[in-house]
Design a protein around this ligand. Structure first.
Ligand code: GZL
Length: 324
């Protein structure tokens, strides 16, 4: 007989495999596509898995439907990459009722009972924001640029996602501490199209923007296009009319090329390769082990301005890496 969910998979072959239901939030960015690839590679048959993969098209309702389907199919594990932090208590309660362990990957879930999921793996998004802000502070101070001359707009990610919450908080706290002016913050939903639209509206509204904090690379690419379409120059000479762009992810090749040219002044890496990490967490659970509840990945900071070789954040030193 053929498993109707995965027609190319023989039930006989997979009966002693670990069956995993993976609810991915969407395909909004290069980071997301790379993250999906990493998960599909890790949860292959040759690695001992039968994977049921569902793309939520950025809608939490689709993800909830997918989780309910996984429960119906009595999968062994559910992996959830949540679009936003809230709204998961009841469906994760149903998974717990069904005795199916849940692993959260990438963004976080804000649930009353943390026992609704076994563990989480992902990035420290606020630290990513702090790193970019620390780099901006080091860069501007080295050039004698006064905090009063720094006027920032933040093109935020999907509002309510952990990546947006952490990166926005990292910037806001640094701006308050350093006396920087944040002119505005509007969501670009982690996409190039919205990044371009939001940047164009910022340029119509403010004539003194000189730093654009993009909460992912796809937004940064859109913002650069909007800046150049408005006849302005993207660059680091921000007291002479240039507009500096900083960003997150380090996955999109165009953004990496921009960073090599100095068009994106600094990128905080956000590592998308969660597949092997989630697979090892499942293997630990499957052998009766108790994995750590929160598993943070370590990440780099990239810039082609090599006169800033390291930054300090909360007492820890981070080197600035060249982009390969
Ligand atoms: C971060 C991830 C974010 C990326 C965006 O781990 O949640 O979502 O930074 C992606 O590119 O859309």
């Amino acid at each position: 007989t053929i498993n109707e969910q995965n027609p190319d998979v023989e039930n006989e072959v997979t009966k002693n495999y670990i069956t995993v239901g993976f609810s991915q939030l969407g395909a909004e960015s290069d980071w997301r596509s790379t993250n999906t690839e990493s998960m599909l590679d890790a949860f292959s048959q040759e690695n001992g898995y039968n994977l049921i993969y569902k793309n939520g098209q950025q809608k939490q309702s689709n993800q909830i439907t997918a989780i309910r389907m996984f429960i119906q199919q009595e999968v062994d594990y559910i992996v959830l990459a949540p679009a936003m932090e809230t709204g998961w208590d009841s469906v994760l309660g149903e998974a717990k009722e069904a005795g199916i362990p849940v692993i959260i990957v990438d963004r976080r879930v804000d649930v009353a009972d943390k026992n609704l999921y076994s563990c989480w793996v992902g990035s420290d998004f606020e630290l990513e924001g702090k790193k970019v802000a620390a780099w901006l502070k080091a860069f501007t101070e080295k050039r004698g640029i006064s905090a009063d001359d720094i006027h920032i707009v933040n093109i935020q990610g999907t509002i309510g996602s952990t990546a947006q919450i952490g990166r926005s908080r990292g910037l806001a706290n640094a701006a308050r501490a350093n006396g920087w002016d944040i002119l505005d913050e509007v969501s670009g939903d982690f996409t190039e199209t919205k990044g371009r639209e939001v940047m164009a509206s910022f340029l119509r509204k403010y004539d003194n923007v000189n730093v654009v904090y993009c909460e992912n690379d796809n937004e940064a690419i859109g913002a650069i296009e909007a800046i150049e379409n408005a006849g302005k120059k993207v660059g680091a000479d921000i007291t002479n009319g240039e507009i500096m762009v900083v960003s997150f992810d380090g996955v999109n090749q165009e953004a990496i090329n921009y960073a090599k040219e100095g068009k994106i002044a600094c990128i905080a890496e956000c590592n998308p390769h969660h597949g092997p990490r989630v697979s090892s967490l499942i293997k630990t659970l499957n052998s009766g082990g108790i994995p750590d509840k929160f598993n943070y990945v370590s990440e780099k900071l990239y810039s082609s301005f090599d006169d800033i070789s390291e930054i300090v954040v909360d007492g820890s030193t981070y080197t600035i890496d060249e982009l390969e």
